[in-house]
Design a protein around this ligand. Structure first.
Ligand SMILES: *Cc1c(COP(=O)(O)O)cnc(C)c1O
Length: 407
């Protein structure tokens, strides 16, 4: 293909065509240009790439989109359309897939939390939409009830609307905390076991008091059923990340739920301005890309994928366990980041290796490898964000490092 730089160079050499750059491009006969090697922007800018043994972490750029998603992004980038129409049509399809009345693609789970709550506060009242995040003297509600065990830094997404958070522990405390200012009851699935009140009861409390309930399941597929489980259960709003296990665009997420609440949330979203959500823009390519990623995720052979993850973990486990002093355990986090995870520690008397040095050595290696967190003397490994074969490299490098440090 003729790239733009060469094209401009060539055109400007022809005086008559020179002024037509841009408008004349489609009429140029396709001609074979010398093929330039593909640009490698990582190399060009000196950005380190690595094997991701850690998981779906924003600071490591989340996950890798699959080819069908990337093809969608490229193909949908070639035409104009109305942003709202894409959201309407994609949202309808997504809602069917996840058993919700309605759905919208947001710029991540975090913005789904903010936009969902914003919609709860304002409904479709344009004046109120413009008043956010200032709630005082507006007649809008201003409190969100959360269980203490569900406290997480991401609650900032809720307070960004101007609301404050009220913490509770027991059903009695919920009943006591509910007042005319209560806007929403919020639930965090990944820490469900740290709270005293479980999902169904939370939903029932919301229904009893006619207060909307929202659940954050950002990192909580697989299992794939979680996509519809909480919609079926009766949560009014369900928020999930698109760029974690579903491998949609890293900047995408889904807000699913009741029709009127999704319509209200969209009042805060681009293309509308004068809203707290104007900066949470998501482009049509990402919206289509998220739709295709979701479809692919739902339709994938989940049992086969799980087996591949288990095999990858077993390969690494078997390799490093051969070094005397290495201790491993395979766990599966039950609520979120639900994937086989290898927990690794080692006997400091048999292997003289500080965790920081191990991390640094793997990082400096070629290829570079990033491990998952853990304590000061342990780390974890997952394979779900690896490309086929990378588990072999990780196994080999870890075994090398442990062997070298053996006393
Ligand atoms: C990742 C995460 C978020 C934020 O999701 P984004 O898609 O990155 O915006 C919110 N809540 C929880 C529990 C998460 O794990």
């Amino acid at each position: 293909m003729l790239n733009r730089r060469n094209l401009i160079k060539r055109l400007s050499a022809i005086p008559v065509l020179g002024g037509l750059v841009g408008s004349s491009i489609p009429f140029l006969p396709a001609q074979a240009a010398p093929k330039e090697p593909k640009r490698d922007l990582f190399k060009e800018l000196g950005v380190r790439t690595f094997i991701n043994a850690a998981g779906t972490l924003t600071f490591m750029t989340g996950s890798l989109m699959q080819d069908e998603v990337l093809d969608t992004i490229v193909s949908t980038s070639k035409e104009f359309c109305l942003l709202d129409e894409v959201q309407d049509k994609v949202g309808e399809r997504i809602a069917k897939m996840v058993h919700s009345e309605s759905a919208v693609v947001t710029s991540g789970a975090f913005s789904a939390l903010t936009l969902g709550l914003a919609g709860v506060l304002t409904g479709t009242d344009q004046k109120k939409v413009e008043q956010l995040p200032h709630l005082e003297y507006t007649g809008m509600k201003s409190e969100v009830i959360i269980q203490k065990g569900h406290d997480i830094v991401y609650k900032q997404a809720l307070t960004n609307t101007g609301c404050k958070v009220v913490f509770v522990e027991t059903v009695e405390e919920v009943e006591k905390a509910i007042n005319e200012r209560t806007a929403m009851l919020w639930f965090l699935h990944i820490q469900a076991d740290k709270g005293k009140i479980m999902h169904e009861e939370w939903v029932a409390l919301g229904k009893k008091h006619n207060i909307p309930t929202m659940i954050d399941i950002a990192a909580d597929v697989p299992p794939v059923e979680n996509l519809w489980k909480f919609n079926d259960m009766g949560f009014d709003l369900v928020c999930i990340s698109g760029g974690k296990a579903m491998r949609g665009p890293q900047s995408a997420g889904l807000l699913m739920g009741k029709k009127d609440l999704i319509a209200a949330a969209r009042m805060h979203m681009p293309p509308r301005g004068f809203t707290i959500g104007r900066g949470m823009k998501i482009n049509k390519e990402e919206i289509f890309g998220m739709y295709v990623a979701l479809e692919k995720f739902i339709n994938q052979d989940h049992a086969k994928t799980w087996k591949q993850w288990e095999e990858g973990i077993a390969h690494i486990d078997n390799s490093i366990k051969k070094v005397e002093g290495v201790q491993t355990q395979i766990t599966v986090p039950p609520l979120g980041n639900h994937t086989p995870t290898l927990q690794v520690t080692w006997d400091k008397n048999k292997i003289k290796l500080a965790k920081d040095d191990l991390v640094a050595n793997l990082r400096k290696g070629n290829p570079s490898i990033e491990l998952g967190g853990g304590g000061p003397e342990s780390f974890s490994v997952t394979v779900w964000m690896m490309k086929p074969g990378q588990e072999k490299i990780v196994a080999k490098r870890l075994t090398e490092e442990f062997s070298k440090a053996t006393v």
